[in-house]
Design a protein around this ligand. Structure first.
Ligand SMILES: [Zn+2]
Ligand SMILES: [Zn+2]
Length: 276
């Protein structure tokens, strides 16, 4: 269950071309231009083309990453409303396309307290759930590097959000290795990984961990820098990847490392070589 974030440039179904070239069974996509608020609704043709290509593809699991613009905790009512609408639309798009999950950065508090931000995020998620009553698509809260006022560095932030959501079974988690390290979780050794994932299990429950983002980190431990590096080439080294590849074989994993030359292929090979 290993893959990459695939490009949908020129049409959503094109992601499967990249996936086939890389020989992967797992992929993450943007279902829309992630840097714009407005997204054209999917046409029936687009949905059919995507789902037919999906069925014929070797890809088993596909999920989406939400637009970076979304901030369910936004201080501005206008931005918050746009965020709730955009996330509702994303869940609906995932549902039409047959995707299992959409990965979401929880949000940023700005000048508000984290307590307020967390309540607003949970409320926003309730509204998105209410707008999409009949779907199995789960929203996966991604741990963050804790940069600026972003919520989701400590696992407790994510737990507080879920505790305040009505339909808790519609929430899961995505663990990003770069973000965790930058947020202060030392996963560079086996012992460190044991302790971090024990903590994850106690606070969030490993059964709710649905997706890994495997990225090395340009920033140091606790730097709060969200800068991804090629696998084994950053401050993390190979140990955390060896640990995850062997301890969490059944959980889908994608890399989000810089798209340069044939680095996706190299990073995938590196990760596969770590399996015992
Ligand atoms: Zn992300
Ligand atoms: Zn990520």
């Amino acid at each position: 269950m290993l893959g990459v974030h695939c490009s949908v440039s020129g049409g959503l179904e094109n992601a499967f071309v990249e996936a086939a070239e890389l020989g992967i069974d797992t992929m993450q996509i943007f279902t829309r231009n992630q840097r714009q608020w407005k997204a054209k609704p999917l046409s029936k043709e687009e949905v059919d083309l995507f789902t037919n290509t999906f069925q014929k593809s070797q890809v088993k699991v596909t999920f989406s990453h939400c637009s970076y613009l979304i901030n369910l905790a936004a201080e501005s009512d206008e931005i918050r409303e746009k965020s709730i609408d955009a996330l509702s639309a994303e869940v609906s798009r995932c549902n039409s396309l047959g995707l299992s999950y959409c990965v979401l950065h929880p949000g940023a508090a700005g000048t508000q307290s984290f307590e307020t931000a967390i309540k607003k995020i949970a409320q926003g998620l309730d509204m998105v759930h209410d707008a999409n009553p009949d779907t199995k698509v789960k929203i996966l809260l991604e741990n963050t590097a804790g940069q600026g006022t972003s919520v989701g560095g400590p696992f407790e932030n994510l737990r507080s959000i879920t505790e305040n959501v009505k339909s808790k079974d519609r929430i899961g988690y995505c663990f990003d290795t770069c973000h965790a390290f930058a947020a202060g979780f030392d996963i560079r050794t086996e012992k460190g990984c044991d302790s971090v994932f024990d903590g994850f299990d106690n606070i969030l429950g490993l059964k709710n961990l649905k997706v890994f983002h495997l990225n090395d980190s340009k920033g140091d431990l606790g730097s709060h820098l969200d800068r991804h590096e090629h696998i084994g080439k950053g401050k993390l080294g190979l140990e955390p990847f060896r640990y995850i590849m062997n301890h969490f074989k059944k959980i889908p994993k994608v890399i989000e490392t810089p798209k340069e030359d044939d680095w996706d292929q190299k990073n995938l090979q590196q990760l596969l070589s770590l399996i015992k």
